[in-house]
Write a protein of this length. Sequence first.
Length: 203
Amino acid sequence: MTALTHPAYGLLRPVTDTASVLLCNNPGLMTLDGTNTWVLRGPGSDEMVVVDPGPDDDEHIARIAELGKIPLVLISHRHDDHTGGIDKIVDRTGAVVRSVGSGFLRGLGGPLTEGEVIDAAGLRITVMATPGHTADSVSFLLDDAVLTADTVLAGARRSSTTRTEISANTWSRFAACTASAVERCCRVTARTSTILKPSAPCT
C-alpha cells in the first residue's frame, strides 16, 4: 500500500465516521496548503452535505460533484476561497446553498441561524455562530466532530487561532468541544478549515 503524502490534492480523505475532506489545489499565503471542502454523510445515507465548495476551480468542483447526491451546501464564511465555486456546484448538483450572508444563498433554504439544527444526509448538524475571522463565520457541530473553518487556523507552516467575537454562552460550548477533542488526542486536520473530534456530542 502506498503511503499517503500531504498535500493530497483531489483525494477524498475520511477524518471521522461522518466527515471527509477534499483539499483544493490552491495553495497560497492566505490558504496555506489549500482550501478544505468537507463532505458529510451519515451511516447508510445516499446523500451528502458539502461544507465550503471552495474557489472557482473547475477541477475541484468536478471532483466534488462526482461524489454523489449533494442536496445541500453549507458556507462557513464569506471569503472567496470558500465560496467562489458556489454557482458551479449548484449548476452541477442542483444543491441548495445556505449561509449567514444573503449574497451566497441559492435555492429556498434561507440563511443560517445560531443554534439551528439541520437534519440532512443522515446527520444532525448544529449551527454555531463564531464571528471574528469574519462577521459571518459559523462552525458546524456533528456528533463526532466540530468543523470550525477559519475560526481556527493551523497548518504545516504555522499554528494559530484567529480573533473571535463569540458570546459567552457560545464560547463556553465551543471551548468544551475543543477541549474534549484535545484531551482525547483526536486528529486536527488543519490548513484553511479545521475539524476537531469531540468525545461526545456537544449541546
